[in-house]
Design a protein around this ligand. Sequence first.
Ligand code: FES
Ligand code: FES
Length: 194
Amino acid sequence: MSESVAPLLAATPPRPAPRPRVLYPLSLTINGVPHTLQVESSVSLLDLLRERLQLTGTKKGCDHGQCGACTVLVDGRRINSCLTLAVMQDGAQVQTIEGLADGDDLHPLQQAFIACDALQCGYCTPGQICSAQGLINEGKACNRDQVRELMSGNVCRCGAYPQITDAVMSVLESEQPLAAESPASEWVPGTVPA
Ligand code: FES
Ligand code: FES
């Protein structure tokens, strides 16, 4: 080692000790099953579901709230699970795609997506179906245009939008036959309730 470099190395400050992991208690009911967990505050609900609980039906697309692949239902409302920290949902009821079927009986939306051929690669499909259930829960969509608008947060790279709309409409019409005549509330184009 040359004499000119040695003083520089000697002056390098020691590395700081790694911070201790801080864990927070978290209680969630996921697909009807209660979970008591300890998580770091930075863990998203999406990562908790996929990495910790192996519920990999919920997909990670962009991880930035732009594709909708990670959509789940929290207390019946659809949210992008990549955009919420798990600790923010303490005490909540979470429903993922794994929780929609009743044993071997598929959920009506799952049946409709199959019947309408509303998927190609299927990567967006869990998010599309959870979002569609949230849309139906909201009671604001009454026709194809409103379904398309209010599902616009869910991107399908395969372009299966016409068939997705067919599938959602078929369930919407079977569950809310009078919706077109008496919408539950007004909606504003360009906005997606979240
Ligand atoms: Fe959450 Fe894309 S992964 S919106
Ligand atoms: Fe491939 Fe939607 S079916 S992204």
